[in-house]
Design a protein around this ligand. Structure first.
Ligand SMILES: NC(=O)c1ccc[n+]([C@@H]2O[C@H](COP(=O)([O-])OP(=O)(O)OC[C@H]3O[C@@H](n4cnc5c(N)ncnc54)[C@H](O)[C@@H]3O)[C@@H](O)[C@H]2O)c1
Length: 349
């Protein structure tokens, strides 16, 4: 098992390895000062696949375990489910020293993170991400959110977990589509921050080096989050491709996966930055090549005005300006800020 320490106001460890779930209860027992209640937030699919193993592992180690199961769709990240979780936390008399265990993909870590941050002004949170996307991205760095009717991730906080467990054995049950969707975030790290990671993605059979890919991705995110925990400068780079990506997710009413929308968003903004003379054509081609290797689409036929309408709901618009990032050189991003109308022209290319 490898581990990475994420420094910050509340430092924490991310553990990466195979079959961590089986020994999870024992590990917690040996690493927590005393036993406590564990309130698991999960989705119906993850519950059906892994709740028995999780429950057994925790109960044998002496923990009391409660489950709350949400429907496995992006729209579950909403207010009424947040309220449902608060009600159950109250019912089971959960205190600040008890644990909310987020056990699922990014949808689950986003809503349970927000709940942990706000219930009793902050209750202990452990992330046990079960998708590739949430292992390399959503479970690290503390950002959480729910969606509102008019836009994605509009209500949220930054609240770091106290531990994160990435068990690569759990990724075996992901559908191919979900697995590849997760690679969109890995590709974001590669084209934005690491040529070495890009070369691994190009040259290697990724199934054989999955643990290394996850480790490197988390290492990149850790370094950025440590420099800028509250997203004032370098962390904006992690949103590469997300402005258009979120707009497309919303446009399609979440019928496409987060990573699929991100892939399209990265291509869209890179086409614009190439036309603006910032990104080299060669790097634009490399981005499209690597996305296609992971079955991710690189072309959308959505009308520009429809995309832009949804871009306006982006929370990165501050005082009529929008912050975003583009590829400067493969492995390096440039952070930009434009008034929204100029951004519209930039994006249209
Ligand atoms: N807070 C952040 O920093 C951050 C970063 C990136 C993405 N996100 C958010 O994460 C969400 C996307 O995350 P996601 O792609 O993990 O989606 P998800 O949580 O919706 O999970 C995708 C699907 O995979 C299934 N699944 C989960 N684990 C599985 C397993 N081990 N085996 C089989 N199926 C499994 C789920 O049931 C679901 O159907 C979006 O809401 C996005 O906004 C947040």
């Amino acid at each position: 098992m490898k581990k990475i320490k994420v420094e910050g106001e509340k430092p924490y460890y991310v553990y990466i390895g195979e079959n961590l779930l089986l020994n999870f209860g024992e590990f917690l027992k040996n690493n927590l000062k005393e036993s406590c209640k564990i309130f698991v937030v999960t989705d119906n699919l993850v519950f059906s696949l892994y709740s028995d193993i999780l429950k057994k592992s925790l109960e044998e180690a002496g923990f009391s375990v409660f489950f709350l199961v949400l429907e496995n769709k992006e729209q579950s990240k909403n207010f009424s489910n947040l309220l449902k979780i608060y009600e159950q936390l109250f019912k089971f008399n959960m205190s600040k020293e008890d644990i909310i265990l987020s056990f699922g993909g990014g949808m689950i870590s986003d809503i349970s993170g927000l709940c942990a941050a706000t219930y009793k002004r902050g209750i202990r949170l452990i992330n046990f991400p079960t998708t590739l996307l949430s292992q390399v991205d959503a479970s690290i760095g503390g950002k959480n959110a729910i969606n509102l009717e008019f836009g994605k991730n509009l209500v949220g906080t930054i609240y770091p977990p106290s531990m994160v467990f990435c068990d690569i054995a759990l990724l075996k049950t992901l559908s191919k589509r979900e697995f590849y969707s997760g690679f969109a975030e890995v590709i974001k790290y590669a084209v934005g921050f690491s040529k070495e990671l890009f070369n691994i993605l190009v040259k290697k059979d990724v199934e054989t080096v999955l643990e290394e890919i996850i480790y490197r991705s988390i290492q990149i995110k850790k370094e950025i989050v440590e420099k800028d925990e509250f997203e004032n400068d370098v962390r904006i780079g992690l949103n590469f491709g997300h402005t258009v990506g979120h707009a497309l997710e919303k446009y399609y009413n979440f019928k496409i996966k987060h990573g699929e929308a991100l892939a399209l968003g990265m291509v869209y903004i890179t086409k614009s930055s190439y036309k603006a003379g910032i990104t080299k054509f060669e790097d634009f081609l490399k981005l499209k090549f690597i996305l296609r290797k992971f079955n991710l689409k690189t072309v959308t036929n959505v009308d520009f005005e429809d995309i832009f309408k949804n871009v306006l709901a982006d929370k990165k618009i501050v005082k009529d300006r929008i912050n975003f990032s583009v590829i400067k050189n493969l492995g390096e991003l440039k952070i930009m800020s434009l008034p929204i109308l100029q951004f519209k022209d930039f994006l249209r290319g």
